[in-house]
Design a binder for this molecule. Structure first.
Ligand code: PEP
Ligand code: MG
Length: 606
């Protein structure tokens, strides 16, 4: 990584996901429609700032010329409009004025451009001729394009990134985060968000170092700036000098060595210091992911989301196709359990031809088991395939979105009928398949005791349970900060379900991503879960955290946590008790501590 000639700046934010990365910044989501911020540029940096502006304009020129070429064949009129955009770019009033503002007022290029645009549109608005007055929209469009080039290529979206970068964004919505490809994105930095925000959870799940809540990262960092993200201390170093680069490169190597150590033991059971073993399984959506599940040392598949085979196709999958798929999963897992969840999708997304009506609010509509009960033929076919595959290995059957006891009674009735049919047809199937329900709707959590006689296990789906109990759309960026797994209401609910499961002698799992976050593990351990299931990447870390915890101590910590009124206070409590462990602090601080950690994990691996 070349050292930067610019002055080193260190920004302090919230440490959201451990790890260190060093690389080139890539700004996303800094939409020019958002408020343009002003900042002062030092005298020595004026030339650089002018060159940024020049480059952004040159790029805009190239883009427009390319569009003109393409358009001349189809639409002469549109090409003409774009020609006028080129003229604006080259106009003294636009370009020279902006450059002069940067130099004279010593402000950033974005701010100088904003001054130009405000001035020009003000002047245009005074013109009486409607046609000429309307030309102010050309200035607006041209300025938009230049602004976009100044702040980064956000228009292209995260999924188009094909070089190693560190994302810098005002915030990341779950949808944006889901586009992150870990082979390209090294880490991320945001203006907003905190440890308990969805963005923080995503970062920890993807195991990407992240510092959130920096307030003004997007105005201090430019695309292509060299930056260091220290997700342990919550620091971002912009334009690091030589010695800082060396120091952090060493720390990064130590940290990565630690992760390697963790992976070495991940195939061993996760047993706490006082001897309690919890299964740590993985969630998958595709059969292809089984490789990664095994590679990461998961104890089973705790959630197979089966939607994929039903989507983006004209026909529904056949029983045979489903059976082959489930059988392959079971075979590949070589005796380890596979929990298959029946179709959890809204009708509109399933194969065309079902004529599912459009719904204004699909999250509260005919989704999952509601959809399957409306189309019992689809459910029966899937159940037959699952039960048949169960003759090849250990399968658990899981029903999503159960909200009332009537539903589970009706579903169980269908399962009985399917078994009877298979019997009468002399078709082989697994006779000892356990059935369970997702606890992901508040009503199910509240009356969990009434479900207990009807099922063999509960699996808490926190992704939806949090969405429905806190009234926070899990995909909505604007409320992402309110998506709080450690919200006292969520904790109380989960604790209550765990007590009911214990009383009823029912197996208890959590398959929502709350279980993937090392920060939550001490409290979840205190609730005596039998199984945690999560994205495969998180399995080794969660196992390593469990091995360093004392189950009895976790119960005491849980009692303390339940007295606190806010998610932040609860997070602070956990961090106070186990922060070093969860964020692997000692490791970063010195090489000696690392040896000690390796020793601990080796002992557990034996
Ligand atoms: C959940 O809701 O927590 C869950 C695991 O299911 P999904 O994310 O598929 O809705
Ligand atoms: Mg769910």
């Amino acid at each position: 990584m070349p050292k930067s000639e610019k002055r080193q700046i260190t920004l302090q934010g919230i440490p959201a996901a451990p790890g260190i990365c060093i690389g080139l910044a890539y700004l996303v989501g800094t939409n020019s429609k958002e408020v343009v911020r002003k900042y002062a540029v030092e005298r020595g940096d004026i030339t650089d700032e002018c060159s940024r502006m020049r480059k952004a304009v040159k790029k805009a020129e190239k883009e427009i010329s390319f569009l003109i070429k393409k358009m001349q064949e189809d639409s002469a009129q549109q090409a003409f409009i774009l020609e006028s955009h080129l003229a604006v770019l080259r106009d003294k009033m636009f370009f020279t004025f902006t450059m002069d503002t940067i130099k004279k007022k010593r402000v950033n290029a974005e701010w100088a451009l904003k001054i130009t645009v405000d001035r020009l549109t003000h002047n245009f608005n005074k013109i009486e001729d409607e046609y000429i007055r309307d030309r102010s929209s050309d200035i607006y469009h041209v300025a938009e394009r230049v602004m976009r080039n100044l702040v980064g290529d956000e228009d292209k979206g995260i999924d188009t990134i094909h070089k190693r970068v560190i994302l810098v964004a005002p915030d990341l919505s779950p949808a944006e985060a889901s586009q992150i490809r870990v082979e390209w994105v090294q880490g991320f930095v945001t203006d907003r968000g905190g440890r308990t925000s969805h963005t923080g959870i995503v970062a920890r799940n993807l195991q990407l170092p992240a510092v959130l809540g920096l307030g003004n990262a997007t105005t201090q960092i430019r695309t292509e700036d060299v930056i260091i993200v220290d997700g342990i201390a919550g620091l971002v170093v912009v334009h690091p000098d030589e010695s800082t680069l060396v120091e952090y490169s060493e720390a990064q190597a130590r940290y990565e060595n630690h992760l390697t150590q963790i992976s070495k033991n991940s195939h061993q059971p996760a047993t706490s210091l006082d001897g309690r073993t919890t299964d740590v399984s993985a969630n998958i959506e595709l059969l292809e992911e089984v490789v990664s599940v095994k590679d990461k040392g998961a104890d089973g598949i705790g959630l197979y989301r089966t939607e994929f085979l039903y989507m983006n196709r004209r026909n529904l999958p056949t029983e045979e196709e489903l059976y082959e798929n489930y059988k392959d999963a079971v075979d590949l897992m070589e005796g380890k359990p596979v929990t298959i969840r029946t179709l959890d999708v809204a009708g509109e997304k399933v194969a065309k031809g079902l004529m599912a009506p459009h719904e204004d609010n699909p999250a509260l509509g005919q989704r999952a088991i509601r959809f399957c009960m409306r189309h019992p033929g689809i459910l029966r076919t899937q159940l037959r395939a699952i039960l048949r595959a169960a003759s090849h290995g250990k399968i658990r059957l899981l029903f999503p979105m159960i909200s009332s006891v009537e539903e589970i009674i009706a579903v169980n009735q269908i399962v009985r009928e399917v078994r009877k049919n298979l019997d009468s047809q002399g078709i082989e199937y697994g006779k000892d398949v356990e059935t369970g329900i997702m606890i992901e709707i508040p009503s199910a959590a509240i009356i969990a005791d009434m479900f207990a006689p009807h099922v063999d296990f509960f699996s808490i789906g926190t992704n939806d349970l949090i969405q429905y109990s806190l009234a926070v759309d899990r995909g909505n960026k604007n409320v992402a900060h309110l998506f709080q797994p450690l919200h006292p209401a969520v904790l109380r609910m989960v604790k209550r379900v765990s007590e009911i499961a214990k009383e009823g002698g029912i197996r208890m799992a959590m398959c929502g991503e709350m279980a993937a976050d090392p920060l939550n593990i001490p409290l979840l351990m205190g609730m005596d879960f039998d199984e945690f299931s999560m994205n495969p990447q998180a399995v080794p870390v969660v196992k390593s955290v469990i091995r360093t915890l004392d189950h009895g101590q976790c119960r005491l910590l849980l009692e303390e946590a339940l007295k606190l009124p806010t998610a932040d206070e609860i997070a602070d409590l956990i961090q106070g008790a186990y922060g070093d462990l969860v964020f692997q602090h000692p490791l970063f601080l010195s090489g000696d501590n690392q040896e000690q950690q390796e020793q601990t994990s080796n002992n557990h691996g034996e």
